[in-house]
Each structure stands twice: as structure tokens, then as C-alpha cells.
Design a protein. Structure first.
Length: 281
């Protein structure tokens, strides 16, 4: 497959939004999650690009796209996604985690999508997605301790095994230095502030699942069987409220399957759904 072509569109407030196009055929937009860049979703995109023309979005604050600005809100990201859709005419979309929340909020505002595949979208039910880590995390960032802030987020975000949550912070910082290579850290460190802003938006939109009932697109909701319960809780509420939706739990996968551990498995399921095959329950 040829290398990705990079394009730029302009959002409603004038912010440039970059995206990377792979493949040919019907268009699909890919919207990634917090603490992730487009590069993290390239294996998923290339696999999906065997059957579709896939447009991988650089959300604000990433890659060649403009920054979030001082008054960022998810509404700006909805504008970004609408601009990208107008540029590409793609009516299919995949959203992961916070990216899934952006897709839902966009589809609520405008019926531009016919098919939506959402892997554990960042919809909070009764404050199910933890945000109590934000104050200390913010203090660590203000002190210039970016690795400490990241380690604290890993401990407190709800995704870590219990033994990681109990580690002294200094020790976890050391472990993460060994686990993350330099290229990964250089991509991740600039996103540490955006991580606060995006989780604040998740908190602001707590208990909004019932507002997505007017979405007319066909929706596939996907979860991993190894994901924490707080990330899958909202899927059952969404399945109930969305008119044309189905829910599938993929055995053995966790929250980071699309971007890290099993991009091909998730892409295959998304391909089947977007090609019109019925979802398996």
C-alpha cells in the first residue's frame, strides 16, 4: 500500500486540521483518543485502508493541526470533524475513547454520518470515568515534572492493574522510562496538558448518553472483554438509546486494542460492519 497522503482542512474558527489518507474506495474517518496521536492509529488505518479510503485525523494539539487554545471545548472538535467530513465527503466514521465522544457529539449536531463504529467511547455515566487525578497531575505539570504527572495518571486513571496503583510514584516513573522508548515519549509528552482539557470535557458531559437518541446513523458499539468496567458501562446505555445500534464485546481485548494491541482485529470487525455485514452479538 502506498504511503499516506497528508492534507489540511480549516475548521470554523480558522484552526488548521490535518489528516492522513490511505487506500481507495468509500471514505472512512478515524478519530483517536486522549494521549494519542495519528501515528498511534496508523496500523489500524492501513489495515482498514485495504478496503476503504481512510482519513486519519490529527485532532487539535497534534501533528500538523492547530492547538487547542485557551478556551477549548469539545464543540470546537465537533467543528473540526465536520470540516474534515465536508472536505472528504466520508459518511463512515470510527471513534476510539475520547474520539468516540467527539463522534457522538458531532453526530448529535449534524446527521453527516451513515455508519459509526465506536470502540469504548469516552461517555461517563454517574462520573464513571475517573477525573479525581486532575488536581495533583496539574500540580506536577506546573512543577515541570512531566514524567511524574504521566506516572500519576497511569496509576489513577483506572486502567492500571492494582499492583501498579500501589507502586511508589518514583518507582513507577523509573519503570515507565524503561517501558516507553524515546519516540513514544516525544509523542506523548506534548499531550499531557491536552489530557487535562479533554478529561474536563468528559466530566462536563457526564450523563449525556440519553441525548444521543436523535442520532440516525447505524452504530456498532465495541468493547474489549478485558477493559475496565467503567469504560464499558456507557455502552449498554448507548445501545438502549441509539435507534439503530448493536453491541459487540471482543474477547481478550482491552481498551487499547485499536491503537496498540490488536489494531488488525478491531479493523476487521469495523470493515465487516461498514461493508454491511450484520454485527455478532
Amino acid at each position: 500500500m502506498k504511503s499516506a497522503d497528508t492534507h489540511t482542512t480549516t475548521s470554523a474558527d480558522g484552526t488548521p486540521i490535518a489528516y492522513h489518507t490511505v487506500g481507495t474506495g468509500e471514505g472512512v474517518i478515524v478519530v483517536g483518543g486522549a494521549m494519542r496521536t495519528a501515528e498511534d492509529y496508523m496500523p489500524f488505518t492501513r489495515h482498514l485502508g485495504r478496503h476503504f479510503q481512510v482519513h486519519l485525523m490529527d485532532r487539535r494539539g497534534r501533528g500538523l493541526s492547530g492547538g487547542q487554545g485557551e478556551t477549548h471545548a469539545i464543540e470546537r472538535e465537533c467543528d473540526d470533524l465536520q470540516a474534515l467530513q465536508a472536505d472528504t465527503h466520508a459518511t463512515r466514521v470510527f471513534g476510539h475513547s475520547y474520539g468516540g465522544l467527539v463522534v457522538l457529539e458531532t453526530a448529535k449536531r449534524s446527521p453527516i454520518f451513515t455508519d459509526m463504529a465506536l470502540y469504548e467511547p469516552g461517555v461517563s455515566i454517574d462520573n464513571s470515568i475517573p477525573t479525581a487525578w486532575i488536581p495533583r497531575y496539574s500540580r506536577l505539570l506546573a512543577q515541570g515534572d512531566t514524567r511524574g504527572a504521566f506516572a500519576y495518571f497511569i496509576q489513577q486513571s483506572g486502567h492500571a492493574p492494582s499492583f501498579v496503583e500501589k507502586m511508589p510514584l518514583w518507582y513507577l516513573k523509573t519503570v515507565l522510562r524503561l517501558v516507553l522508548n524515546r519516540a513514544q515519549w516525544l509523542r506523548m509528552e506534548p499531550l499531557l496538558h491536552a489530557n487535562i482539557v479533554e478529561h474536563e470535557q468528559v466530566s462536563r458531559l457526564n450523563n449525556t448518553a440519553t441525548t444521543y437518541g436523535m442520532i440516525t446513523a447505524r452504530v456498532l458499539l465495541i468493547a474489549g472483554s478485558k477493559s475496565p468496567a467503567f469504560m464499558t458501562k456507557s455502552l449498554y446505555a448507548l445501545e438502549h438509546v441509539l435507534g439503530d445500534s448493536s453491541l459487540e464485546v471482543l474477547n481478550g481485548l482491552d481498551h487499547n486494542a485499536p491503537d496498540e494491541r490488536a489494531p488488525d482485529v478491531v479493523a476487521d470487525r469495523v470493515m465487516a460492519f461498514m461493508a454491511g455485514a450484520p454485527a455478532h452479538r
